[in-house]
Design a protein around this ligand. Structure first.
Ligand code: ADP
Ligand code: MG
Length: 387
């Protein structure tokens, strides 16, 4: 981190953004840049490659979108920006950010992802567009059909890089990046920096500046964590019990499997609690609708597999419930990142059956702190086993 930037700058104007962008920031209601924005925006404006590391919910999207839009101002209408994201939902979200921040600028953007017909995307790409926000698989389809030309590309953004690698996109990323101009600015954003992401950055970035906010695996600090020891077969009853609590306005529940998600929705339904499921077996329109009704508050409870885990911005979530203990400790941090966004407070509960104790311990080791246990009479599998 550059100490000069750290000490002096507190407003978006001081970061070097021009009036078109400052107006958009003001429209968005942001009063001051988040730490990652404060550090990244001047670097991107200077033309540097950057690696931006910050936990979920810290405003990484605007950290790259704002300066890129500024750099596009007044330039030719060619495809100059490619943003790669792991999921359709994220692509749609990044696209929405470009639209928002380019309100006072003539910059066009299209999202490109699978699960929807390819022809409208094909037409839009062929008509010419400044910014393409894509998931890797569908973009490769378009490249094969020669629907898009990246000869004039100036910016490549790898958003949620850790997630893309987790999802096995490395070969696709390689095939895409091979087809891009070598002289470009590359920005990589990630919540975590495992060895694979480091390797990726060495391969694709040129003398990157590392912009890091917070410790590497820090859970969002405004979140209250708790573990509920509960026998597996009592989990749905405990969930219903907790959901009857009025303070749970907006609850995101994670299950390990798609069937698990559907089963939880059915259990809740039988108890008269409305909930919707979000997972990869749902069609794209079902997923979009589920997310929209959750965002608008029409649906109070969303039950998801880890498709919704990273990077999705659903503000105002009051609670995250891990119905199953996440298999990867890193996933715990990502999930908890769903609440506590932009300094709201949120609670994160994890249901732990006896066979999941070891996984919870691993998570606690990574967090560097124990998570308090909450014992609910009638549900706890016994304080002895809970350790
Ligand atoms: P990340 O990519 O780091 O997970 P996002 O870019 O999705 O985070 O931003 C998280 C939330 O914070 C969004 O709702 C966004 O609108 C909001 N946000 C971003 N920048 C600011 C800011 N400077 N002030 C207030 N809220 C912000
Ligand atoms: Mg993000």
């Amino acid at each position: 981190m550059d100490p000069e930037i750290e000490d002096r700058v507190t407003t978006f104007g001081e970061l070097g953004l021009v009036p078109e962008l400052l107006a958009a920031v003001q429209d968005a209601g942001y009063t001051e840049p988040t730490p990652i924005q404060r550090d990244a925006i001047p670097r991107v404006l200077q033309g540097r490659d950057i690696i931006g590391l910050a936990q979920t919910g810290t405003g990484k999207t605007a950290a790259f979108t704002l300066p890129i839009v500024q750099r596009l101002l007044g330039g030719p209408r060619r495809t100059r920006v490619l943003v790669l994201t792991p999921t359709r939902e994220l692509a749609a979200q990044v696209e929405a950010s470009f639209v928002k921040y380019a309100r006072h600028a003539a910059v066009s953007v299209i999202p490109v992802y699978g699960g929807v017909p390819i022809e409208p995307q094909e037409r839009a790409l062929r008509a010419g567009v400044d910014v393409v926000v894509a998931t890797p698989g569908r973009l490769l389809d378009h490249l094969e059909r020669q629907n898009v030309c990246f000869d004039a590309l100036e910016f490549l953004v790898l958003d949620e890089a850790d997630r893309m690698l987790d999802m096995g996109f490395a070969p696709q990323l390689n095939r895409i990046v091979e087809q891009l101009p070598r002289y470009r600015q590359t920005l990589l954003f990630s919540a975590t920096m495992p060895a694979e992401v480091e390797a990726l950055s060495r391969k694709y970035l040129r003398k990157p500046v590392v912009v890091q906010v917070g410790r590497r695996s820090e859970a969002a600090s405004t979140v209250t964590h708790a573990v509920y020891p509960v026998p597996r077969e009592r989990k749905s009853a405990l969930l219903i019990e907790l959901l009857r609590n009025d303070q749970m306005d907006s609850v995101l529940i994670f299950t390990r499997t798609k069937h698990g998600a559907d089963r939880v929705v059915r259990h809740l339904d039988r108890a008269g609690i409305a909930a919707i499921a979000l997972h990869a077996d749902k069609s794209q329109s079902q997923r979009t609708r589920a997310l929209e009704s959750f965002k608008s508050g029409a649906a109070r409870i969303l039950v998801a597999t880890d498709i919704a885990q990273r990077g999705l911005d659903v503000s105002g979530i009051s609670h995250v419930i891990n119905y199953d203990v996440p298999q990867q400790p890193e996933d715990y941090v990502h999930r908890i990142g769903r609440t506590g966004r932009a300094a709201q407070t949120g609670d994160a509960f994890t249901f732990m059956s006896a066979d999941e104790i070891a996984m919870v311990r691993t998570i606690e080791r990574m967090l560097g702190q124990p998570i308090p246990r909450i014992s609910v009479p009638g549900y706890d599998f016994g304080t002895v086993a809970a350790a």
